[in-house]
Design a protein around this ligand. Sequence first.
Ligand SMILES: Cc1cc2nc3c(=O)[nH]c(=O)nc-3n(C[C@H](O)[C@H](O)[C@H](O)COP(=O)(O)O)c2cc1C
Length: 161
Amino acid sequence: MKRFDQAEFRQALGKFATGITVVTTTGKNNTPLGVTVNSFTSVSLEPPLVLWCLDLNANCYDEFANCDSFAIHVLHKSQEATSRNFAENNGDKFADIDWKTGDSGSPVLQDCAVCLQCKTEQIYSGGDHSILLGRVEIIESFNDADPLIYHGGAYRFLQNK
Ligand SMILES: Cc1cc2nc3c(=O)[nH]c(=O)nc-3n(C[C@H](O)[C@H](O)[C@H](O)COP(=O)(O)O)c2cc1C
């Protein structure tokens, strides 16, 4: 029996601090697609596997659910605006972004901490989200700055290092 409401559940999950990523892929007509994601998790070292979760209601859902590859970008501390940009669905998210098509075929943002280009390995259902498992094929490091953190529904930064 469930002994909590959705607000309590959200609040509990918000106690868990995460980094922030932007996941990209190439959609129909070569359109670049991207979404802000904090459900990113490492899974396996050998083979190199990672996962993230995508809301079934996202506009980009069908294209990610059918893509062969995607690229995961870990954001650094100066990229709050980039996180907000890819979390909103108004207009061209790539208009003010410096990006190139990576060898895997997915857009690679040129400003981020690190980019993991992945082949889609498997997609699992997970309630109102799907779980996308990716096999990492290419790693590109761009910036050693501290990470951008998300905690309690707010952007935060590392202290006391
Ligand atoms: C910090 C943060 C983390 C997010 N994490 C996720 C996530 O893990 N999975 C997801 O589906 N949406 C997540 N979102 C919401 C999506 O970024 C947002 O709904 C996006 O606009 C969906 O893409 P669309 O424009 O194609 O609908 C997150 C948003 C923020 C601000």
